[in-house]
Each structure stands twice: as C-alpha cells, then as structure tokens.
Design a protein around this ligand. Structure first.
Ligand SMILES: [Zn+2]
Length: 1049
C-alpha cells in the first residue's frame, strides 16, 4: 500500500473555499466488479457487470452531476461510476442527489457498479500545479477508463462520456479501445432506440443553458446557512418542520412541528405561513426552518367553504382565531418528487422560433408552484400532461426552474389521467422485467409444477387428515386463505387457518422480492389493478385452489370443546389440498340448510354426496360457532363496527359484472373475517414474543378527541349522545344512534366516526413501548398482517418472522439474519407511505371516473344528473352533503361569489337571489326577498351534478342545490352505489371506443380487454379483507370501501 497526500478544495457551508490535505492510501487491489476480471479481484460483495456487453461506459463527473437521470435508465447497461464522480455529486448536489446515486448503485435491477478509482494505485492521478479541479477530475475519470480496459485485458471496450468538448478532443485518440465521446453522441450511437433518454437529454441540457442566462434581481431573501439554522433551532429561535400547503387555500401553508407540541402549547396546531414571500421558495413537503413573526402579525386560518372540502377532519375546521405565524428562513431538505404539469394553452400567434421557449407549466397538484421549463415543444405539447422535475429555485427567480422528463399524453384522456394519478402518488409499477420473471417457477402444460420431495418431507402434511376449504366471493382466482375445523379425539375442537406460502417462492433479496418490497402492496384503481407479485404466483402457484396440492403457512388452535379456550397453538409450514372452493352465498345456503349445489360434489352418487355434504355442513356450523364466540370476546373488549360495504358485484363466467346485489348481511362473511383476525392476532403474539425488539406489528392509535367534535355535535342535533371516551363506549353509542325514519343518519354518523379515526400503522416492536401496540378499532392488544401475503408486503415480512420464530423453537438455525429494529422501522415507514399512496390513488381514480361519467351528460336534461343528497355538515357559506346513489361527498354553496344566496320557493325549488346567509350550530339560513330558507343537518335535498373542468388539474364535481326537498326519482330507487359501478363500466367503454376510433391499431384492443378482465376480476381484495380493512379503518373513506367492493368483490 502506498501513502500519498491528497489535496481537497472544499466549499464550507458559508461558501468559503477551504483547502484540506488528507492522507491517502493507494492499493494494488481494488475490486473491478466485472465478470471478465482476470486478476482475481475481490468482487464478492456487490453487483458484477456482465461480460457479454459491447462496452462499459464511464461517465465523467459533469455527466454524473447533471445527467444522472439518464444513467438511471435500466436499458443502459455496464455503467461504471467512479469514486471521483460520486464524491463530486456529494459535494455539489447535496445529500438527496447523493442518496439517489447510492440507491442506484445498490439496486440490483440496475446494471452499474462503483469503482474506487482514487484508491487504485495505477488509476489514481495526483492533481498537478495550476490544473483546475474540473480538468483534474476529467483526467481521473479518463485514467479510470483506461485502467478498466487494461485490467480486463482488452476484452471489453470502454466508452467515457463527457460534456467537455476539450476532453473529447484531447483524449479520444490516445488509447485504442477507450473511446471518449459526448453524451449526445453516445445516446445516438448506442441507444438510438431509447427515445425517452434522448428527450430527457435535450430537456436537461436546455434547462442547464437556461440556468446560465438567469437574471440577478432578487425576488426572495436568501436562505440562511446551515450552521446558522442549526444553532437557531437549538436555541429555540427557529422552528423546524415540514411545509404543508393548504389544499383549499394555496397561498396558505402550515408547518407541522414534530415533537414540538409538548414543549410549546402554542405550537400544537403548527405554524402558519402566509403568502409567497414568507414561504420563501419552500415547496409543499420540504423540511423547512421558520422564524415566528411578532404576535401583532399573527393570523387565523381561512375557514370559508372551498372546493372539495368534503373529507377534512372536523378538528381541522378550527375557528379562525390567530395562531403562530412565521416566515421561512431556510430549507433543510427538499422533498421534490416527479411532478405532473400541463403545458398551458398558448394565446395569440407565437413567434416562429426554432429555439427553445420558456414556458410556465402548471402543476396538476395545486399546492405546487408553477414551474419554468425551456422546451422546443411548447406548441406541440399544448394541453398535454408532462412529467417534470424541479432543478433549482434561485432567490433571483420568481418560479422554480425544471426540465421535462416524459410526456404522458393529452389532458382529459383516461390513460393520461390514470398515469397522472400514479405519478402524483409516487406509484411506480412497470411491467415485471424478464429477469424477475426468470426467477419464477414454471407451471405449464408441458412442464407442470410439482411439489419438491424435500419440502414434502419437511412439512406437516394435512392433505389426508384435514378437510380444508376456502370461502371467497364468487369467481375468485387468487385464494390466499383457507380454513379447516374438526373435532379431536379428546373432544377438543381444532381450528385451522392456512395461508398461501408466498415466502417459499419469494426468497428474501431476490429480484421479485425487491420489486414486491418497493411496491409494498397491490394497487387497486377503479378500473384496473397493479399486482405486487407476478401472476404465476398470485393466481396460480400461491393460490390455494381446490383439488391441487399447495404449500401453506398454517396456524392450528386446539380449543376446549365447551369454553373454547385456547389449549394449544401450532404454527408451521404445511401441505394442503383444498377440498372445496366455496363462495359466500353457497356457504351461507349450506348453513341455512337451503337447497344448494356444490360443484365439487356434482359427479358423485347420491349416498356419497349426502355424506360429504353433511361433513362439509357440519364443519361450517362448527366454524360459525367458534367465530361467534371470538367476535363476542372482542365485542366485550370494545371492537368497533364501522360503516361497511353495501353492495357486491356478481360476476359471470367471463368474470364480467352482471349485476349488483345489495349486500345481504351474510353471517359467513363475519365468520371468515373473524378467523382471519384471530390468525393475525395470534401470529402477532408469536412474533412479538420471539422478537420483542424487531417484529412487524400493526397498531391503531386511539383518535384525538377533538376530531370527534363534528360527530358529537351532529349527533346531538338529532338528539343522540355519542360517547367517545373509549372504543367500547363509542361502539355502543353509535349502535344506539338509530333514526328509524332514516337509516342514512346512522350511516353518516359512522362515516364521521371513521373520518375522525387515526390511521392504523405498521411499526417495529423495538420502537414503541408495549402499551402503544394496542389496536383501537379491533380492540386487540397485538395485531399484525399475516393472511394476505399475495397482495401485501407486510404479510411477507411477517411470514419470514414467523418462520424464524418457529426455527428458534426447534433450536434450529433461524436462517439468515433478521432485519434489526431500525431497518424494520424504515421498512414499516415505507409500507405505510405506500399504503397511503395507494388509498389516495384509489380515491382519485374513483373521482376521475365519476367526473368522466358525468362529463358525458347534460346536467340540464339528463335525469341521472339529479340526485338526492343528505346534509352532513354546516359551513359558513354552505353545507357539505353526501350523495349516496353515487357515493359522492362534496360542498353545496348557499352563497355565491356575487353575494347571491340560495332561496327556496314554497315548492322547494331553489334559485339565486340577493340576500344574506347565517350559520347556526345545526342549520344554516338564507334570507332574501322570497323569505327565509333553512337547511338543517341530515335534511335530504335535491342536487344537480355537473363537472367543473380545468385543463391543468383534475376535474371535479360541482353540486348545486335545486330543491330543498328530497329527490324522488321517477324510477324505483336503485340500491345505493349501483350507479357507481355502472359508472366505471360506462367510462371504460367510452374510453375504449374513443381510443379505437383514434387509432385502429390492433395492438390497442387486447390491452384494454385485459384491463377490462382485470377490472372485473374478483377477490382482489376479497370481501373478507375489505371487511377487515374497513373494520381496521385503514380505509378512511366510505367512498373507497363501497367502490372497492363494487368493482372487485
Ligand atoms: Zn478485476
């Protein structure tokens, strides 16, 4: 090893240049991470570049700093990042960009490696006197490229890419086999087919040119240096928090102050930041530092009714009393993501310029400021949605600068809008790659999948001993849970829950595992779903179908025959063969001793058939008996029954929805759900006891009491008392709040209760004290997710934990090391984030379909645009209503911008008149020349639905009162939510027609019909999981619950 000195020129936080001398050690052996290595490099820990490429590419420092996004394309293979370039990113681009690079290097899906060129004796070059930093860095990178070529004995050509034209001239002909070319030439020569990379390149280079020609006039105050911010936070002068821009009032933002609320009661509702100057270039989601303004400048939040205000928590509707108000003095961390923007329509004749134009693109998310983009496509992309990234926001610029990444399509088209929703929620679901699919087991008619004899020897075989069956919605394909129940010889009962053994097929760290982990869940939109796992697992080998051998993870309880107390629990891997794939109605019919045809018994003689039928019915009865007992146990603990599912889609053999049937309250739903909750609970106990500091559980914190104020006040208006002190009290008082005249009242109260709830969360047991493990909604001391590993990554983690816990019991080696508390907590955070994203995306896609549906209709003449609505909250200038027919919630204004108010005539018909409006606790009145009109909580009114269209944002529904009397439609009242499902079908059909007309390409057709098939595919999620999640309050919104059911149950 050779010791030398290395001189670094660093920039201090204040911008001063510092010269640092470091000792530097050079080695002969530095891993090259190439499979062609001839020199026995230690390439063991890390990815290895394949040897069958045409070349390796070594990007220069400037390329890595400015064009990293291009190097992120998975198509680009054999990328060697030099240490020199990585350090430059760290110094000039900050932590976020550096982490991005590190993640790229770690991700096995990307074919790139890190070469520590500055530690390699023959690759390192010391900086020469008078040499600029940039020139020296370029020389280092070139030297690394040459080293690679030589190290691999000339077997692999090496291309260095640089934006420095001098370097191209200087180095391109120095060594044969080592080429030096510009990024543009490189893309042209090697990746001409990757069009997106070319577009991204020109977009970034335009943005860079633009940056150089920026003005100098200051629009904002400079941010303070990091050390000043840090000292200020410590001393209490400044406050740190995440900037949250108001959804309804975009000039208003607040700072969520983590952990500060205890110290300073004033700040428990956060700090208000009003206006652009005070926000000082902070963007929604950034971690910022604020300074409080003097008390005289404090302000209150705006509380007037604005668009789409239906879903806020009641606690947020604080009165407008002044609260701490401040200004942003610095930004600790930018949280810029990919933003969808719309290129604005261009007004008037445009100069015919070939050069790029600067345009202000309007983000789809109203909380994000306009972004300035330089582009040559400003005209071509009018009214298109485009993905952009923000590059910088200088104090001299009124808007942030960004560059476009890719074009999604014309605004308003279904596919464009669906992609927009995915990107806006950071949901990335590319098709599974070939490499991922190669990991999958094969199951084809030629090569049918068979159980491995080693597995058969290892697992407990339940195929002969246990009657296993599944109960799912009709037409279900992916069965991830099955049940068994039997009497043991000693008289005890044995209950069994058997779950698809996904982790057997998905080893930790495999490509499939990494993809599933990054998705974290299967995503359900109104018309389609994106699976977490490839179909060969989710619909075939992991699916516990009837009549085939499958691997399972089982929990078996031995219960006292009389008291049903648990005597013993067994957890382990098993072999099962499900005998019956029942659907809910069939199972219930058997229980009710009704005439029912069980398909599995169709071919049998009547005697054998009767015997088998009796056996099955007896098992179902036993199961019901056990589940009733379990439910009663939880009820005593205070489990909540919240607003649930109302309708269910019935599917034909093609899996098309043929009818929507109001949900019959089948007890068997509850029976299945109860068994799954029980299994989740017992697995939670098992893994928590085995790994007290590193088990993944799910907790549901009790709600904040102030969020219940709307529920309590609204109920009081109808004469009901809601006791929110405990979950038990709440559950009981909700049960009592029944209006015999109007069942919707109870339903609305339950919606309000659900809205007031906190979200359930995954967490690592090491992070919380045990009293925090409680699941409020289910009234259980420990809970986790174990029963749906096909569609939730949390369950996969839990299966691995359970497997490790079982091996510990048998003193066997627990296998690979488990994630520690910190890693697990990070994973839990990731899964929670993805779950929320998935819920938001689902909700947005429902709203999208609602808007597309109503966009087709004329609100003035189409009777479907008129509906009955119930008032569920009162605001200053209007009311919030719920339209049960379409599952829509939203505001109805009683005073418009012109100051006119809604006046109801004697027949109830409403019109706009000049007048005034007055808000009371449980009603609101308008006074005009026609007299006084009153709108009271829980009143039914008639509304007209139309679409409010804006080209730059999502469309929204506009609800307008046309009569203050209930609506009676000419047709018999449809079951609620029926309109919703028709609506999805209708919109899909229209979009399909439109796309067929637009392009008669044959390729388009199968794609849509596949989606159509998926959209009506059943069981995903199954009704059980719906019930469970609604119970669990993971789904906070009734819309969503009804919607998921209508489209997938
Ligand atoms: Zn090597």
């Amino acid at each position: 090893m050779i010791k030398t000195e290395k001189i670094l020129h660093l920039k201090s936080c204040r911008g001063r240049k510092v010269r640092v001398v470091r000792e530097h050690y050079l080695r002969e052996q530095v891993p090259c991470f190439s499979s062609l290595c001839q020199a026995d490099c230690d390439n063991a820990d890390g990815k290895v570049l394949p040897g069958d490429l045409t070349h390796y590419v070594v990007p220069d420092v400037g390329v890595v700093v400015d064009y990293l996004e291009i190097l992120e394309f998975r198509e680009l293979q054999g990328v060697v990042f030099t240490q020199t370039a990585c350090q430059a990113v760290q110094h000039s681009k900050g932590r976020r960009q550096y982490n991005r690079l590190r993640n790229l290097l770690k991700d096995p899906r990307h074919d790139c490696v890190l070469f520590a060129n500055e530690f390699q004796e023959y690759s390192y070059c010391p900086r020469e006197k008078g040499e600029s930093q940039e020139k020296w860095q370029t020389r280092c990178v070139y030297s690394a490229a040459v080293w690679y070529y030589n190290h691999l004995a000339g077997m692999m050509d090496v291309v260095m890419i640089t934006e420095d034209q001098d370097a191209v001239a200087q180095y391109s002909s120095l060594n044969s086999g080592v080429y030096v070319i510009s990024v543009q030439d490189y893309l042209q020569d090697f990746w001409s087919q990757v069009q997106a990379a070319h577009e991204l390149y020109s977009s970034i280079s335009q943005a860079l040119q633009e940056k150089e020609s920026e003005g100098t006039e200051r629009e904002f105050t400079e941010h303070l240096p990091a050390e000043v911010l840090e000292a200020g936070i410590k001393s209490g002068r400044y406050i740190q928090g995440t900037l949250n821009v108001s959804k309804h009032q975009h000039s208003e933002a607040s700072i969520m102050t983590e952990g500060l609320s205890n110290k300073n009661k004033d700040l428990s509702w956060g700090v208000l930041v009003c206006g652009g100057k005070n926000r000082n270039r902070a963007v929604h989601g950034d971690v910022v530092v604020v300074e409080l303004l003097p008390k005289s400048e404090w302000r209150g939040k705006d509380t007037a009714l604005t668009e789409a205000q239906g879903e806020e928590k009641s606690g947020e509707e604080a009165d407008s009393k002044p609260m701490p108000t401040g200004r942003v003095v610095g930004i600790l961390q930018r949280n810029w993501r990919d933003f969808v923007v719309t290129f604005p329509p261009r007004e008037g004749p445009q100069p015919q310029s070939r050069n790029s134009q600067r345009i202000l693109a309007v983000p789809w998310d109203r909380r994000i400021p306009k972004i300035r983009i330089s582009t040559q496509q400003a005209d071509a992309l009018q009214d298109h949605r485009v993905v952009v990234r923000i590059d910088s926001w200088e104090s001299t610029s009124q808007y942030p600068n960004g560059h476009s990444v890719r074009v999604l399509g014309r605004a308003g088209e279904l596919e464009t809008e669906v992609q927009t929703i995915l990107i806006e929620n950071c949901i990335h679901v590319p098709p599974f790659s070939d490499a991922q699919l190669r990991e999958m087991p094969v199951n084809s008619p030629e090569r049918p999948w068979r159980m491995d004899p080693a597995q058969v020897a290892e697992r407990r075989d339940l195929r002969e001993s246990h009657l296993v069956f599944s109960i799912d919605p009709r037409g279900c394909e992916d069965v991830d849970d099955t049940l068994s129940v039997r009497s043991l010889t000693g008289g005890e009962l044995e209950l069994g829950v058997h779950i698809a053994d996904v982790t057997h097929f998905v080893p930790e760290g495999s490509l499939t595992d990494l993809e599933a982990r990054s998705r974290a869940t299967t995503y359900y939109l109104a018309d389609r779903r994106y699976d977490m796992l490839p179909a060969v697992l989710s619909a075939d080998l992991c699916s516990l179908l009837g009549g085939v051998d499958r691997y399972a993870m089982s929990v078996l309880w031995e219960l006292d025959a009389q008291t049903l107390e648990v005597r013993n629990v067994w957890y382990g891997r098993t072999l099962i063969r499900s005998s019956y794939q029942l659907h809910y109605e069939l199972a219930q019919a058997l229980l009710n001793a009704e005439q029912a045809e069980v398909p599995e018994l169709a071919g049998l003689g009547s005697e054998e058939k009767d015997a088998k039928l009796a056996e099955l019915t007896q098992a179902l009865e036993m199961l019901t008996h056990v589940a009733r007992h379990l439910r009663a146990q939880r009820d005593r603990g205070g489990a909540l029954e919240l607003e649930g599912v109302e309708v269910r889609a019935q599917l034909d053999e093609e899996r098309n929805i043929t009818a929507l049937v109001p949900r019959l309250p089948l007890e068997v739903h509850e029976t299945v759900a109860e068994c799954m909750i029980y299994a989740n609970h017992w697995v939670a106990r098992k893994i928590q006891e085995a790994f007290p500091h590193q088990a993944l559980l799910r907790r549901h914190p009790p709600p904040r009491q102030e969020f219940f104020s709307q529920l309590v006040d609204s109920a009081a208006a109808r004469g009901f008392t809601i006791d929110t002190r405990t979950n038990k009290a709440l559950a009981e008082s909700l049960d009592r709040a029944l209006d015999p005249q109007d069942p919707l009242v109870n339903r609305l109260l339950r919606i309000m209760a659900t809205t007031a709830m906190s979200q359930a969360l995954y967490f690592s047991t090491g992070l919380q004290s045990q009293d925090q493990y409680y699941h409020y909604g289910l009234a259980l001391d420990r809970y986790t997710h174990f029963t749906s590993p096909i569609r939730r990554y949390a369950d996969i983690v839990v299966h691995r934990l359970l497997t490790a816990a079982i091996s510990m019991d048998t003193r066997a080696d627990p296998g690979r090391a488990l994630a520690n508390n910190k890693e697990l907590e990070e994973l839990a955070h990731h899964i929670n984030t993805k779950n929320w994203a998935s819920q938001r995306a689902q909700k947005l896609s429902t709203e999208l379909f609602q808007c597309l549906y109503f966009k087709e209709r004329d609100p003035e003449s189409d009777p479907r645009c008129v509906a009955d609505a119930v008032i569920y909250a009162i605001r200053d200038n209007g009311v919030l209503v719920f339209v049960s027919e379409y599952g829509v919630k939203g505001p109805v204004y009683l005073r418009n911008r012109e100051g006119q108010v809604v006046a109801a005539g004697r027949d109830g018909r409403c019109e706009w008149q000049s007048g005034s409006v007055r808000r009371h606790a449980d009603h609101i009145t308008t006074v005009s020349s026609c007299g006084t009109s009153t709108f009271t909580l829980f009143d039914h009114i008639t509304i007209r639905i139309s679409v409010r269209s804006t080209s730059c944002h999502a469309d929204s529904l506009n609800l307008e009162v046309i009569s203050n009397k209930p609506h009676r439609s000419a047709e018999p009242q449809q079951p609620s939510s029926q309109g919703r499902c028709q609506l999805v079908q209708e919109v899909v059909r229209l979009a399909e027609e439109a796309s067929q007309q637009a392009q008669e390409k044959a390729a388009r057709r199968p794609k849509l019909s596949r989606e159509e098939r998926e959209f009506s595919q059943s069981k995903t999620p199954n009704l059980y999981s719906l019930l469970e999640e609604i119970r669990e309050l993971a789904l906070l919104d009734l819309d969503m619950a009804a919607h998921v059911c209508a489209t997938t149950a």
